[in-house]
Design a protein around this ligand. Structure first.
Ligand SMILES: *Cc1c(COP(=O)(O)O)cnc(C)c1O
Length: 374
């Protein structure tokens, strides 16, 4: 039995939430990062369904803008992308799944080899298909330790079997350019990559691009900045990227709240004066995180409606939030509220909820109707 999927098909007409994806803005963001990266090739990271906005739609727009190299996390994402585009290079960041070399060969996918074990499995006799090598320079997530990279470089037999088309590492603190970790990782990366002469190098995610040209190497791997998210901490208040995703939801009811009454679960927020609130049809089941909610002690995030910012009042429920529309005139049931988008920054919302835009984007639920602006 297939799952009930309200995104597709005629039922989507009835969805109270609307997710609008601005593909020209996505393309412009890629072009800005491409210009910033100078001589380096600008790839595109489209893992996790292109950060929630739709793998195939996003990739098509990025390819039209000029991107030719794509990074995904999983083999399944890579195969889906390959089935749509025959002429792009696809790297699988999470590496070679055990026993799945043949899938990579069949679909011409490049594994990012993250351990000596993966290298051994990949570099059997006669496999001359290209792959990337990941060297860990301080993240301690995936990638060869530097001493392992040294041993590999010395093993002429194994190196001669490997056809490396990229050598990469990943920055842990690039969102904070003043962090000493960045320069330290750069210098460790240069040393390790130097062991593999002539192989193109890649170090930077979105944030790395904003750390200056020393970090650009031969290829950059932006993800979040393409989608309008803050790459640097300082972008949370002032982001140079265009917003790509707008989420709106319908007002279910407008009601008056009297002074000293509370709103929502746990009676978490009490108003001092009379308020007009709008109850809006989106909640944590739609990925509107509960931590964005408001209490009497700690104010929450704001939505945007009728040309004004409208702060949340009370907790986020599964299917609803309440916002303060005391100052907004002329609203009625069915009107739409912007939860985030050009007027309500996703970066501010995320920081208000104690998280990052990545989590809001990849957590958007399945109840929205999606439309793509092209
Ligand atoms: C996710 C990821 C990126 C993209 O990171 P952003 O911060 O979204 O730009 C780049 N490289 C690696 C290895 C990643 O896992």
């Amino acid at each position: 039995m297939t799952r009930f999927n309200p995104i597709d098909g005629p039922l989507s007409e009835l969805a109270p939430g609307l997710l609008t994806i601005d593909l020209p803005a996505l393309a412009e963001n890629w072009q800005l990062l491409d210009r910033m990266s100078g001589e380096a090739e600008c790839a595109a990271v489209v893992k996790a369904d292109a950060y929630g906005i739709g793998l195939l739609q996003a990739s098509a727009a990025l390819r039209d803008a000029g991107a030719r190299t794509f990074f995904v996390a999983t083999t399944a994402e890579a195969v889906a992308l390959r089935q749509k585009f025959s002429d792009v290079t696809i790297y699988v960041l999470n590496g070679l799944q055990p026993g799945k070399s043949s899938v990579f060969l069949e679909h011409e996918l490049c594994p990012v080899l993250n351990s000596l074990e993966e290298i051994e499995e990949w570099a059997y006799d006669g496999n001359s298909a290209p792959a990337a090598l990941h060297i860990d320079t301080g993240m301690n997530r995936l990638g060869l330790r530097e001493e392992e990279a040294g041993a590999l470089a010395d093993d002429a037999k194994q190196v001669s079997c490997l056809r490396l088309n990229l050598i990469m590492s990943h920055l842990a603190c690039a969102d904070t350019p003043s962090s000493l970790m960045n320069g330290c990782q750069l210098s460790r990366f240069r040393d390790a990559a130097g062991l593999f002469e002539g192989v193109p190098r890649s170090l930077s995610n979105s944030a790395g691009i904003f750390n200056g040209s020393a970090f650009h190497c031969d290829l950059v791997r932006p993800g979040i900045a393409l989608y309008g998210g803050a790459a640097l901490k300082s972008h949370e208040d002032d982001c140079p990227m265009k917003p790509v995703v707008t989420v709106t939801a319908a007002i279910l009811q407008i009601r008056d709240v009297k002074a000293h009454e509370s709103v929502g679960y746990g009676a978490a927020e009490t108003v001092e004066a009379p308020h007009k609130i709008a109850v809006v049809s989106a909640g944590y089941a739609d990925g509107f995180l509960r931590s964005a909610g408001s209490t009497t002690a700690e104010k929450g995030a704001s939505a945007y409606v009728g040309g004004k910012h409208a702060p949340l009042i009370g907790r986020v429920s599964m299917d609803m939030i309440a916002i303060d529309v005391t100052e907004v005139d002329g609203l009625k049931r069915g009107d739409r509220v912007e939860l985030f988008g050009p007027n309500a920054s996703i970066n501010r919302l995320a920081s208000n909820a104690g998280t990052i835009s990545y989590e809001f984007l990849t957590g958007l639920g399945h109840r929205y109707r999606r439309t793509y602006k092209s």
